[in-house]
Design a protein around this ligand. Structure first.
Ligand SMILES: *[C@@H]1O[C@H](CO)[C@@H](O)[C@H](O)[C@H]1NC(C)=O
Ligand SMILES: *[C@@H]1O[C@H](CO)[C@@H](O)[C@H](O)[C@H]1NC(C)=O
Ligand SMILES: *[C@@H]1O[C@H](CO)[C@@H](O)[C@H](O)[C@H]1NC(C)=O
Ligand SMILES: *[C@@H]1O[C@H](CO)[C@@H](O)[C@H](O)[C@H]1NC(C)=O
Ligand SMILES: *[C@@H]1O[C@H](CO)[C@@H](O)[C@H](O)[C@H]1NC(C)=O
Ligand SMILES: *[C@@H]1O[C@H](CO)[C@@H](O)[C@H](O)[C@H]1NC(C)=O
Length: 540
């Protein structure tokens, strides 16, 4: 508290805006959202209790331009503590606003918190969702579309329109039932189906319209808990243009895989006969395959969807890995800023630290837990970020983290990796389990330099793509395989690295990266926001 008042006296109100991460020169977008329970009607599932934002399921879409300030007040009217996280939004210098339990105290029932963020130097398709408990299984999610500033040309012609698709697996039971199962030590059940924008096979209600001959931008985000999905459109191809902020070499795909927590953007040209077509999402690598459909409607069409819906790609991992490797950056395209993305020569930077992170599942005291290098993460009651700021001891210890897979029984702990600001780290996600993993890093995009089978070893570096890898914030790791990423740690703060598969995250498959230097300076990190909620040992 003292910190804040001294600063405000010294610097005055104008400078204050940049202390807490908002920027007077960029436009402001305000949202006030009330989060409640409500009865929802997800397609041909029976009505159930869901989590809605201002009465909506899925929640409202956020539409901002690069560099806009985004001010979102969340009023929690659930009966449980709640946080919203902004998946893929970097929160530059501002992990205070990340909305995870390591950075923020949860908003108690009946209270509110105002997030103050800037969508700095970003463009693309993202999503928000609740980070607390298993809330995400009941809803609360929505789309974040970040548009370019007018001065930045896109590497493709201006589309004639666009459609957003939030796709994910779904359970007939609400998050409390699922959470009870997990808390009792039971495994997560298979989902009951898939939803596209909150509905299942409800073609009359979910119709996406366009005119013959025109080209539309489709944004797809996987908001689900567990399953990778495949997205495809009957009689149409998809030209991929953007993946979590990276403009890619624009290739044509018959179908695209989107793993939990991931998003991508592609163009669809309405070049078929004037009629209606199936839009299909199906689960990947599951038996049985879950499928849901929506309708692509040509203006003037009065011919309803017919014929077989396009079938899913082959079950094997091979095709999906091949597709993932085909995602490469367009080195001459702009990103959010008017510099070709390829000007950042990440392949020439020396690696300062390598973390090989192996996920695992194990019973500890009869309860199924998930972990990273043998440690299953436990959230302390005091957010790590507040413990750091107030120098509260005993919340975490940065020396107990393990840089390599560690044999032995799984233990529980609060794993924080201590890293220096401007470190250039290599992170290898080693998956020795038989299911696909999806990993997300807050605060950053990382370069996805390789996907490989079996065990990673230093020799694997020979095959890294050090030229035109895409940078993104969420990456899949195929079963019994590994994925390697490189990250330039230029964003000071406390950042969550987690499984995007939500029950795994909930039961311990996550860590934090503390990106730090000892200099206290507003040029590297904003100050604690004046409205920060206090909890645990930080109730000062
Ligand atoms: C948020 O909570 C504060 C403190 O309880 C209260 O004064 C304010 O009116 C609330 N804001 C909204 C939008 O509910
Ligand atoms: C790469 O970006 C340039 C510049 O915007 C664009 O003209 C070109 O079509 C893109 N190339 C591919 C293969 O996507
Ligand atoms: C939805 O429609 C698809 C395609 O017709 C079908 O394969 C699938 O079984 C349907 N799903 C449900 C839950 O009805
Ligand atoms: C289909 O719509 C067109 C006009 O949009 C109309 O002329 C035609 O009669 C309709 N056909 C049928 C079978 O309803
Ligand atoms: C990287 O490391 C090599 C060998 O250790 C050294 O010669 C080179 O100068 C380093 N490059 C940079 C940019 O630090
Ligand atoms: C952690 O490690 C650093 C250097 O490796 C050392 O200086 C520090 O004392 C250690 N801290 C604890 C709590 O063990």
């Amino acid at each position: 508290m003292g910190h804040f008042s001294v600063l405000s006296l010294v610097l005055g109100s104008l400078a204050l805006s940049s202390i807490f991460g908002i920027h007077a020169e960029s436009p402001y977008k305000y949202y006030t959202w009330t989060v409640t329970y409500a009865t929802i009607y997800p397609g041909n599932f029976p009505p159930q209790t869901g989590i809605v934002v201002n009465g909506q399921f899925p929640g409202p879409t956020i539409e901002v331009n690069t560099n806009d300030n985004l001010i979102v007040t969340i009023i929690n009217q659930l009966d449980e503590p709640f946080l919203m996280t902004w998946n893929g939004i970097w929160q530059r210098k501002n992990s205070w606003q990340d909305g995870v339990l390591g950075t923020n105290c949860p908003i108690p029932p009946g209270q509110n918190y105002t997030y103050t963020m800037q969508v700095k130097d970003q463009i693309g398709t993202y999503m928000y969702f609740p980070s607390t408990l298993m809330h995400r299984a009941s809803g609360g999610f929505g789309a974040i579309n970040v548009y370019k500033r007018s001065v930045i040309p896109l590497p493709y012609p201006q589309p004639d329109g666009e459609h957003s698709f939030l796709v994910g697996d779904w359970y007939k039971t609400d998050h409390k039932v699922l959470q009870n199962r997990l808390d009792n030590g039971d495994a997560m059940p298979m989902p009951d189906g898939l939803l596209i924008n909150g509905l299942q096979n409800f073609s009359t209600d979910r119709v996406y319209t366009g005119e013959a001959g025109k080209t539309y931008l489709f944004r797809v985000a996987n908001v689900g808990i567990m399953t990778s999905i495949n997205f495809r459109i009957q009689g149409h191809t998809m030209k991929l243009v953007e993946v979590e902020g990276s403009h890619v070499l624009q290739e044509i795909y018959e179908s695209l895989d989107v793993h939990p927590g991931q998003s991508l953007t592609f163009l669809v040209t309405f070049n078929g006969a004037i009629k209606d077509y199936y839009i299909v999402a199906s689960s990947r690598f599951t038996r049985p395959t879950l499928t849901t459909t929506a309708t692509l409607h040509y203006e003037g069409s009065n011919i309803t969807v017919s014929g077989p819906a396009p079938s899913p790609p082959a079950f094997e991992v091979h095709g999906s890995m091949k597709q993932a490797r085909s995602f490469r950056r367009n080195l001459t395209a702009n990103a959010a800023r008017p510099n070709p993305q390829g000007s950042f020569r990440y392949g020439e930077i020396n690696i300062t630290r390598t973390l090989v992170l192996a996920n695992s599942a194990e019973k500890v005291n009869n309860k199924l837990l998930y972990g990273v290098n043998g440690v299953s993460y436990v959230n302390p009651t005091t957010p790590l970020k507040l413990a750091d700021y107030y120098n509260i001891p005993g919340v975490f210890d940065i020396n107990t983290s393990r840089d390599n897979p560690t044999p032995g029984p799984m233990v529980q702990g609060t794993t924080v990796y201590g890293l220096a600001l401007h470190d250039f780290v290599e992170i290898v996600f080693q998956n020795n389990e038989a299911t696909t993993q999806s990993w997300h890093l807050d605060g950053y995009n990382f370069f996805v330099v390789a996907y490989g089978s079996n065990q990673w070893s230093p020799v694997s570096r020979k095959n890294y793509n050090l030229v035109d890898a895409i940078s993104r914030s969420t990456v899949q790791v195929f079963r019994n395989s590994w994925t390697a990423v490189l990250a330039s740690l230029d964003n000071k703060g406390m950042w969550n690295l987690r499984s995007a598969i939500w029950h795994r995250q909930y039961l311990g498959q996550q860590v934090y990266l503390r990106v730090w230097n000892d200099e206290t300076s507003l040029t590297t990190e904003y100050d604690i926001p004046p409205n920060a909620l206090k909890c645990g040992k930080a109730t000062i």
